[in-house]
Design a protein around this ligand. Structure first.
Ligand SMILES: Cc1cc2nc3c(=O)[nH]c(=O)nc-3n(C[C@H](O)[C@H](O)[C@H](O)COP(=O)(O)OP(=O)(O)OC[C@H]3O[C@@H](n4cnc5c(N)ncnc54)[C@H](O)[C@@H]3O)c2cc1C
Length: 484
């Protein structure tokens, strides 16, 4: 529907791109482009695609010129950040220009008076943390792997395990510099804590997954970094009891940084994978609670209050990880769980980060497990998630051979429908990108889709910026790239 409208990248266009970016920063041999064909999304789910050419501009002005050229010649452009996304969002499905942000990484200017940082979009999250922590400040959320870039993390509106207390990326973005698909440079917001000037284009662009504009700079809010943090591990005899303690804590004004929910089988597989022992008995459900405070005494005081609340719900003996090695061991098992799940055939990312009101997590998990067990699928059901913020990772690990992918699709759709019926939605963290487009169309109202498509057309009338993502529909592209 859309692909045929694009022109190919000709030698003349490559020369034009070299004039803008410099000879060394325009690449079009296949071998050098291989690593820019896919993100972290399992290749079992979606195959990658080569751009026709890659450009590596190092300034906003050069990006603007690249966009002007691409818009005039009707060449698709896909912004590529740290490639850690989990939705295929940076896969250049129509070829064209892969716009790498990695050389836009010079500026990290910390403003200690206003507690803000002005940062180039290509700076990695790890580089950003290091720079602000040197000044005794922090960006309290650690939403991704650290290899992701500031621009990509804003484009994905990433969240993470600290969302319960500290929110998501959107809560920290106060200003953006962006390049529109027609090449115009736009500055939105600033070092402002309040700003009600018209529609918030700033917030529209946060989470727009590179489909409306390319982010080139951001102003982020910082906080003094005075906090230490520790894990408390608490086993429960049921998921319901575990989740009820989360609202018990909130009602008593206790706000941990994050709360992870883990089911028995999930922990068992995780510890086996990394050959480590979980520090408590493994209950039917376990809460992994991250608490923070200015010093150890403050953390201990908070931990005691939390453990008391958990006991009132019949929790088993809790464990407070005070030593670094203990924290690392727990994280190792947690990472082991993610590794086990990602190996081989799985139900996958299209239903992997559902979000429901936090109190509904056990209900969703029970229903999802029942759907999985009653289906024709063989395999193991896993459930874990950010209990505090309602973002559950549910996954079915499937046999190596003979998977009935039509049945997987049916199971996945039923899971999504259950989440929606419980007042939830399709994705709490990873976004729509390429992989969840069919689900967006299936589960959102026509009116919502009409508005989204209208916004896309307004920003990008030629549909050149990251086409084939979020909206609009292109069944052929979806059939070609989404294998299951
Ligand atoms: C191990 C692991 C853990 C993760 N944990 C979390 C987590 O806890 N929470 C969470 O929310 N996500 C998580 N993610 C997902 C991922 O890290 C985020 O989506 C990430 O922020 C993407 O950033 P990136 O720079 O890698 O972007 P990419 O993957 O390169 O791109 C992501 C999307 O943003 C667009 N884009 C990239 N840069 C720009 C830009 N400058 N301007 C406009 N658009 C741009 C791309 O076109 C694409 O659509 C995790 C991923 C991994 C691999």
């Amino acid at each position: 529907m859309y692909g045929s409208e694009y022109n190919k990248v000709t030698d003349k266009i490559i020369e034009g791109l070299k004039d803008i970016c410099g000879e060394d920063y325009v690449i079009h041999d296949k071998d050098s482009m291989e690593s820019y064909t896919h993100d972290e999304l399992s290749t079992a789910e979606v195959k990658g695609e080569y751009p026709e050419v890659i450009v590596k501009p190092d300034s906003t002005e050069k990006i603007s010129q690249v966009m002007k050229l691409a818009n005039e010649k009707k060449i698709p452009v896909t912004p590529i950040g740290g490639k850690t996304g989990l939705t295929g969002g940076m896969i250049p499905v129509y070829g064209g220009i892969g716009l790498l942000l990695e050389r836009l990484n010079k500026k990290i200017e910390v403003d200690e008076d206003n507690l803000m940082v002005e940062v180039d979009a290509g700076v990695t999250m790890n580089e950003l943390y290091e720079a602000v922590e040197k000044k005794g400040l922090t960006l309290p959320i650690h939403p991704t792997t650290g290899d992701s870039q500031v621009g990509g993390t804003i484009a994905a509106n990433a969240g993470g395990e600290a969302t319960l207390k500290h929110g998501v990326m959107r809560d920290y973005v106060k200003g953006l510099e962006v390049v529109l698909p027609n090449g115009e440079i736009l500055k939105l917001g600033g070092k402002l804590l309040k700003n009600n000037t018209g529609y918030s284009l700033l917030h529209l662009l946060i989470g727009s997954e590179g489909t409306l504009a390319t982010i080139t700079k951001a102003i982020l809010r910082l906080y003094p970094s005075s906090e230490e943090s520790k894990f408390i591990i608490v086993p429960f005899d049921s998921g319901q009891n575990a989740i009820k303690t989360v609202s018990d804590m909130m009602k008593k004004g206790i706000m941990p940084v994050g709360i992870e929910y883990l089911e028995k089988e999930t922990i068992t597989h995780g510890q086996k994978k990394v050959n480590e022992n979980w520090p408590t008995e493994i209950g039917e459900a376990t809460l992994m609670i991250l608490v923070s405070g200015e010093n150890e005494d403050e953390i201990l005081e908070q931990a005691q209050k939390i453990m008391l609340i958990c006991q009132e719900r019949g929790a088993g003996e809790a464990f407070l990880a005070t030593k670094r090695q203990e924290m690392e061991k727990i994280m190792k098992i947690r990472e082991g769980i993610a590794e086990v799940i990602q190996e081989g055939n799985v139900t996958g990312h299209r239903s992997g980060d559902l979000v429901v009101p936090p109190s509904k997590i056990p209900e969703l998990i029970d229903k999802a497990k029942k759907i999985f067990n009653e289906s024709k699928l063989e395999g193991t059901f896993y459930a874990f998630g950010h209990a505090g913020d309602g973002n559950v990772h549910i996954e079915g690990k499937l046999p190596e051979e003979g998977v009935d992918w039509n049945e997987v699709k049916k199971v996945r759709d039923k899971w999504i429908q259950e989440a929606i019926d419980l007042g939830g939605d399709i994705t709490g963290e990873h976004g729509i990108g390429l992989i969840k487009k069919p689900e967006l169309r299936k589960f959102k109202s026509k009116e919502e889709l009409r508005l989204m498509e209208g916004i896309k057309k307004l920003f990008d009338p030629n549909n050149i910026l990251n086409p084939g993502k979020i909206v609009p529909e292109d069944e052929e592209i979806e059939r070609r790239y989404i294998k299951i």
